[in-house]
Design a protein around this ligand. Structure first.
Ligand SMILES: [Zn+2]
Length: 443
């Protein structure tokens, strides 16, 4: 209740100082109220993402809305940044202030503009809370991925599963949508986005009773995961050690990406051929990013299903990114993989441990505990002078991490798996498809 009051006083403050349209105010308060009420009731929310096929007229509307959101974001950000640079108090800004100067703002969905304001406020709040993790918000460009979010008020957003249509505010005719799966529950909001290869998606946030994941009983007590260069990861569990390769389709995709980049840079800027090459490049980027995400989700889910305790090393990706390993780290998606493991562990009631980055997982002999300080990055195998055992560098490291997992008594029981799968701030949304797939396992 105190939160609601503070928001109301904040809004009335901005009312006193700035012009605010009543509708804008109502929208602002109702978005906040809906959000607070849903927080209070702790209703599980789930996002469903669908490909949509807008008509030409709908594309025009989306383009207009994206443009207005971008304009309002950039204007408000500019005002805030100017105050920030002068070390003044950062002013509260509303989209309404710009409606006089840019009357076309009235033509688009005002919830979309309101959400821009909320997103910007959140971006600044995050930055002041944790400057290292959250950089200052940036200006939006026309070339970037475009999106806007609108809220469901009085059934303004509907899905017709039979006719396969999605209805959004300000659009009379439904949008053709590929409903590859159904959902039931109340729609909270929809985010419409256009990727830079020209595809449109709608991500529908739904309040649903039924979102508990099926929890599988783990077969292995613990596992240690070494993040490698030759192989994506090396895993040791109760039964064996195995290596997972980088998928071949990703390698091939990256080769094609390089070729397309070269061809794009050779084309004359602004020409028709250059635009075609840009599209081909954007499509390939999208393909690789989807394929990699898919691989990371399937692998992390399989590991979480298999083990009760999951141990990884702290890769300190930011430190590594400055070294020659940079490209390999950025490409392989380790940090995303670790994030996926972390939140899936929470969903499925597993224990996730990230060891200190000073833990010498590669240097310790797993058999006798001897520490090999001379081990360099290029040594793929080494022989322990104490006990004579020959080690594969990655397997040895993963076994040491596995031992860390075995030594941890505080194991979360499976029954304590989270019922509410709302994704915490900053973490990716829960994957929407059933994730079971085969993995490339060798060794
Ligand atoms: Zn040894």
């Amino acid at each position: 209740m105190r939160k609601i009051l503070s928001i109301l006083t904040k809004t009335s403050n901005s009312l006193r100082t700035e012009q605010l349209f009543t509708f804008e105010l109502v929208a602002y308060i109702s978005i906040n109220l809906v959000y607070l009420l849903s927080m209070h009731r702790k209703l599980p929310l789930k996002a469903y993402k669908y490909r949509i096929y807008p008509t030409d007229a709908q594309v025009v509307f989306f383009t207009k809305t994206f443009g207005c959101c971008r304009l309002v974001w950039n204007k408000m950000l500019d005002k805030k940044l100017q105050a920030y640079k002068k070390k003044e108090r950062i002013p509260g800004v509303t989209p309404a202030e710009y409606k006089k100067e840019f009357p076309f703002l009235k033509e688009v969905d005002s919830f979309a503009l309101c959400n821009v304001q909320l997103q910007l406020e959140k971006a600044f709040k995050d930055h002041f809370r944790n400057r290292k993790q959250f950089k200052l918000p940036k200006f939006k460009k026309k070339r970037d991925k475009q999106s806007y979010t609108t809220n469901n008020v009085h059934n303004s957003i509907r899905v017709d599963f039979e006719k396969r249509l999605l209805y959004l505010p300000k659009l009379r005719e439904g949008i053709r949508v590929e409903l590859h799966r159904t959902f039931d529950g109340k729609i909270k909001s929809v985010t419409v986005s256009r990727t830079n290869d020209g595809k449109y998606y709608a991500s529908i946030l739904v309040e649903t009773e039924n979102s508990r994941n099926k929890v599988v009983e783990p077969k292995s007590k613990a596992c240690g995961i070494d993040l490698g260069l030759d192989y994506f990861v090396t895993v040791t569990n109760d039964f064996m050690s195995y290596k997972v390769e980088h998928p071949k389709y990703l390698r091939r995709g990256e080769e094609r990406l390089k070729r397309l980049q070269k061809s794009f840079s050779k084309k004359q800027k602004g020409s028709k051929n250059s635009e075609k090459a840009r599209l081909r490049l954007a499509r390939q980027h999208a393909y690789i990013s989807n394929a990699r995400n898919d691989f990371l989700h399937k692998l992390s889910k399989a590991i979480i299903d298999e083990n009760q305790v999951v141990v990884v090393e702290d890769i300190n990706a930011k430190g590594l990114l400055k070294t020659r390993l940079a490209k390999s780290v950025a490409d392989s998606g380790w940090s995303r993989f670790v994030t996926y493991l972390k939140y899936k562990a929470e969903w499925y009631g597993r224990t996730f441990i990230q060891v200190d980055r000073f833990f010498p997982s590669s240097k310790l002999c797993h058999r006798c505990g001897y520490k090999n300080d001379d081990l360099s990055l290029n040594d793929r195998t080494w022989c322990c002078p104490e006990c004579g055992e020959t080690h594969d560098r990655d397997v040895n490291a993963s076994i040491n991490l596995y031992f860390v997992g075995l030594g941890r008594p505080e194991v979360t029981p499976v029954e304590r798996a989270l019922v509410d799968d709302r994704s915490p701030y900053g973490l990716p949304k829960k994957p929407s498809r059933d994730e079971t797939g085969s993995l490339t396992v060798t060794g």
